[in-house]
Ligand binder design. Structure first.
Ligand SMILES: C[C@H](c1ccccc1)n1cc(-c2ncnc(N)c2C#N)cn1
Length: 299
């Protein structure tokens, strides 16, 4: 997408990164698209309103986190944010990003559970035997990953390896901040009937002050696993329903019934698009207590 005053430099599955077209290097624009991904595929069509809703959720969390973050407050000294993306863009200070995905797990699932099944540990952290997919951990664990080149899968590493990569002081600061932020967010989400199972933070160094700065998006359902607490604790439910991703399960269930996982996935029907937006909206309302800033035009 062309944006006046900005040059596109990278697209992830669901977000796009821009640098100022005038060549200045103090800022970046992170734009959340309406794209949704599942099973490592970007799906069609986009979910109208998703980018704006997740940007609002990330901003809501940033405002409650007592750490310096990369969001630009004083917009007078920064390039203008184009109106067409204003509700789904983050104008940020450009940081020297640390090459570590700071993953914190309060429950064991996904790649962490797969590693546990193979080794009995995750990122070098030994866990009790007999844990099952989705089990809550007695205490959250920090399971960092080394950020692979853009577009490749990240590699789970031990804390000791993160020390080799970024040094003892930064590695310790990343771990301690990530565990503290996760625990606070998990406890807040629990009061809203939502389980925060895991999340991924990214940090950078401010080149002007040298301080550690929280970057990227925070605690959105693209960077985190959120489960409905009442379903999660209903042990009579099948495990897949207890561990249903708050926002993506509708899409995953429909694809499981309409796609054999070969070739490109079929386009989502309009009702699935509408139901999926409603799940994003329900998560936003449950967590923040307010309405999201944008509702798609009724079709
Ligand atoms: C992973 C993420 C990304 C965003 C959008 C699309 C694909 C990836 N990303 C964020 C930066 C970044 N670099 C320097 N300063 C910053 N403040 C940020 C941020 N946020 C680089 N990549």
């Amino acid at each position: 997408m062309q944006l006046a005053g900005w040059r596109h430099i990278y697209s992830g599955k669901v977000r796009d990164l821009y640098t100022p077209a005038d060549g200045s290097d103090a800022h970046l624009l992170v734009v959340a698209s309406n794209r949704v991904s599942a099973f490592d595929h970007v799906l069609e069509p986009p979910i109208p309103g998703k980018g704006a809703l997740l940007t609002a959720l990330s901003n809501w969390w940033f405002a409650r986190i007592d750490l310096p973050n990369h969001l630009v407050d004083d917009r007078a000294a920064a390039p203008e944010v184009p109106a067409e993306v204003a509700d789904r863009a983050m104008l940020t200070r450009r940081l020297e990003m640390h090459p570590i995905e700071c993953v914190v797990r309060g429950a064991l699932t996904g790649s962490g559970y797969a590693e546990y099944e193979r080794t009995g540990a995750v990122c070098g952290i030994e866990l009790p035997a007999g844990l099952r997919d989705g089990d809550l951990l007695d205490t959250p664990i920090y399971t960092p990953a080394y950020k692979a080149p853009l577009g490749e899968h990240d590699e789970n590493i031990t804390f000791a390896r993160s020390v080799e990569l970024v040094g003892e002081d930064v590695a310790t600061a990343l771990r301690d901040a990530s565990l503290r932020l996760f625990t606070a967010a998990r406890d807040l989400a629990a009061t809203r009937g939502v389980v925060l199972a895991d999340t991924k933070f990214e940090f950078g160094r401010d080149p002007l002050t040298g301080e550690l700065v929280l970057a990227d998006e925070v605690l959105t359902s693209d960077s985190s696993r959120y489960w409905d607490a009442s379903a999660y604790h209903d042990t009579a439910l099948p495990r897949q329903d207890r561990l249903a991703s708050f926002d993506k399960q509708i899409v995953r269930n429909w694809l499981s019934e309409h796609w054999d996982r070969t070739g490109e996935p079929p386009a989502l029907p309009e009702r699935i698009v509408a139901q999926t937006y409603e799940r994003y909206r329900e998560l936003y309302v449950r967590l923040t207590g307010g309405e999201p800033p944008y509702a798609p035009v009724a079709v």
